[in-house]
Design a protein around this ligand. Structure first.
Ligand code: SAM
Length: 255
């Protein structure tokens, strides 16, 4: 008998940003796989089994979860934000493609969640109001040269850029180098948002200009949004700034 595997996005951290669909599938789950801080958000019942693993063990975690689903269990794999954005849904698909044929018969459900860039953008206005892209700055799974080339291409094309995985203890210099490269392409006045821990009690939002952007103010819980030359800051005194990218683009702005 084959079971089911649900790959569930838990949103950025606020319980109010967990979708009803995610909550229902968590309530139905028998066995849970994920990074410990995400499993800790779940308040599982005593009859629900939790299997925590390290953040860098995604493929092993996906395979272990598929194995249990193939044995008939109702399995949940949890991710922060959306499971399809730099997260477990792709790892589960990779495992299915490489794994035994019977894994293709498992009922797979991917449950979307609010991804970090949307949670950060909503806190600060509408920086993603025009064309944008998302890039992971982690060079664990792709070469740094590819990241630099993609950043340059999208900055030259006028996209707003959301950077995931901007910095960590093992990757301390990449964000500073990305800012340095982007300063050669974009105006120094381009707005930059450092959105940390959106939706969590320790949330912190900072707005600055690219010329002053300081990588030391970001950490691994930060999503960095770099505006396009059209992105604007509306100062509002004590309410804090609004950052937005207008929906329209005049022809002269195309480089
Ligand atoms: C491995 S990626 C996972 C992304 C996740 N699947 C999502 O959709 O948000 C981890 C990165 O997401 C970003 N991130 C996750 N949660 C965040 C939050 N609450 N606030 C800001 N950034 C967050 C950070 O850039 C972090 O380094």
């Amino acid at each position: 008998m084959t079971g089911r595997i649900a790959v569930i996005g838990l949103g950025p951290g606020s319980p109010e940003q967990v979708t009803p669909e995610a909550a229902r599938l968590v309530a139905e789950g028998q066995e849970f796989f994920g990074y410990a801080p995400y499993l800790d958000r779940l308040n599982l019942r005593p009859d629900q089994v939790s299997n925590a693993s390290d953040n860098r063990e995604e493929l092993d975690r996906a395979s272990a979860a598929l194995k249990r689903a193939a044995e008939g269990k109702n399995v949940c794999v949890v991710s922060g934000g959306d499971p399809g954005v730099f997260a477990m849904a792709a790892a589960v698909c990779e495992a299915i493609e490489a794994g035994p044929a019977e894994w293709r018969d498992i009922d797979l459900v991917v449950v979307p969640g609010v991804t970090a860039m949307l949670a950060v953008a909503a806190r600060i206005g509408a920086p993603l109001g025009h064309d944008f892209c998302a890039i992971s700055l982690s060079d664990n799974l792709k070469p740094w040269e590819v990241i630099e080339a993609r950043l340059e291409a999208v900055a030259r094309a006028g996209f707003v850029i959301a950077l995931y995985n901007p910095i960590s203890r093992a990757r301390p210099w990449q964000l500073g180098k990305a800012f340095e490269n982007l300063r050669r392409i974009l105006p120094g006045t381009t707005p930059v948002i450092l959105g940390r821990a959106a939706g969590r009690p320790d949330e912190r939002m900072a707005v600055m200009r690219l010329a002053e952007a300081d990588a030391a103010r970001a950490d691994m819980a930060t999503c960095v949004i770099i505006g396009s030359p059209e992105t604007r800051i509306i100062e509002r005194g004590e309410r804090g700034p609004l950052v937005y990218t207008p929906r329209f683009l005049v022809a002269e702005a195309v480089r």
